[in-house]
Design a protein. Structure first.
Length: 113
């Protein structure tokens, strides 16, 4: 049952991550990783809100949905790419905004739950 819940959550989270990234790239261009930032902040809100959730909801939404929606590896890769392109202010902004917004979003989700 656990694997099914994770699979169902991931089946929604992964395509949503891809579609969000594509939509934000079209809207704002490829100069900053807006899609990764958006999905990571959204996932932080959801995870923050799951603090008191039941085990099956945590598995479905936390592990499955948020696990597929959010992406630390893309965040790391895109930051390194910005550094390689000598886009230092954008790389710094990516790291600092991701950290502050992610923690803030998790706190917001927790307080709303």
């Amino acid at each position: 049952m656990t694997a099914l819940l994770i699979t169902l959550g991931a089946a929604v989270g992964a395509p949503l991550r891809y579609l969000t990234d594509q939509a934000l790239r079209r809207r704002f261009g490829p100069g900053f990783p807006w899609g990764t930032l958006a999905v990571n902040v959204a996932g932080s809100v959801v995870l923050g809100g799951l603090a008191g959730a039941s085990a099956w909801v945590g598995t479905l939404l936390g592990t499955g949905f948020c696990g597929a929606l959010t992406t630390y590896s893309a965040f790391g890769y895109e930051t390194v790419r910005l550094l390689e392109d000598r886009a230092y202010p954008r790389a710094f902004a990516n790291v600092s905004v991701s950290l502050v917004a992610g923690v803030g979003a998790a706190a917001l989700g927790h307080s709303l739950a």
